[in-house]
Write a protein that binds this ligand. Structure first.
Ligand SMILES: N[C@@H](CCC(=O)N[C@@H](CS)C(=O)NCC(=O)O)C(=O)O
Length: 217
């Protein structure tokens, strides 16, 4: 069995990256430097023509899209607790995972990469400002999940939703959102980051958890 994960430091690939560590399985991490546009190199596009991370290669099978990668890993390593095993808990976790991936995540893309949505400078600035407000509201919904976490978002075991919450809250710092303004999420994220398996992924990505910089007075 061979598993390879293409990831970029601080990107959404942290979610499957930390889940592979949580599962305690052997895998080959392969770093893609997005700031150097390595995702658009001919070599990388041959693996993922969409030029994005994450990509999981399992015995030669290329799997893209976070939701598909997580379901693939969950089926392969059911003991890891990436998602709840069954029942309504699993349904609810998938519901939240889909929302994080199809709503919260692309809202941040509008903040961080407005050039994907317009090549007009004024429109880009408008997209960024509007999406920043929307993102604040969406992190507020994650705060509600974190308030109810007992002790993790999915219940007794840490898993995929905690990893996504960490990534999304961290990105909030780049959008000018102080993690301390979302205290339950910030506490959850710090507890999650302190798990030895998660800490290994954080160390490999050299992640700083809090990237928020207060605006100069
Ligand atoms: N829907 C995709 C989104 C993946 C995605 O947005 N990846 C970003 C990093 S967070 C990326 O590779 N961006 C590089 C680019 O678009 O050039 C998934 O779920 O995997």
């Amino acid at each position: 069995m061979s598993l390879k994960l293409f990831f970029a430091p601080g990107a959404c690939s942290f979610v499957p990256h930390s889940m592979l560590e949580l599962a305690g399985v052997e895998f080959e991490p392969s770093m893609v430097k997005l700031h150097k546009n390595e995702q658009r190199s001919a070599e990388y596009l041959a693996i993922n023509p969409r030029g994005q991370v994450p990509v999981l290669v399992d015995d030669g099978e290329v799997v893209t899209q976070i939701v598909a990668i997580l379901l693939h890993l969950d089926a392969k390593f059911p003991q890891a607790g990436i998602l709840p095993a069954s029942g309504v808990k699993r349904t609810r976790a998938l519901q939240t995972l889909a929302w994080m991936n199809n709503t919260v995540h692309p809202t941040f893309t509008h903040v961080f990469m407005p050039e994907k949505y317009s090549d007009d400078e004024a429109i880009k600035a408008g997209v960024k400002a509007f999406a920043t407000q929307s993102y604040r509201g969406l992190l507020g919904e994650i705060e509600t999940l974190a308030v109810k976490a007992s002790p993790w978002i999915m219940g007794e075991r840490p898993g995929a939703l905690d990893a996504y919450a960490l990534t999304l809250l961290r990105w909030g710092g780049y959008a000018g959102i102080d993690p301390a303004s979302l205290p339950a999420t910030w506490a959850l994220v710090q507890r999650f980051a302190a798990l030895p398996a998660v800490a290994r992924a954080i160390e490999r990505e050299r992640l700083q958890l809090n990237v928020y910089k207060p605006a100069a007075a």
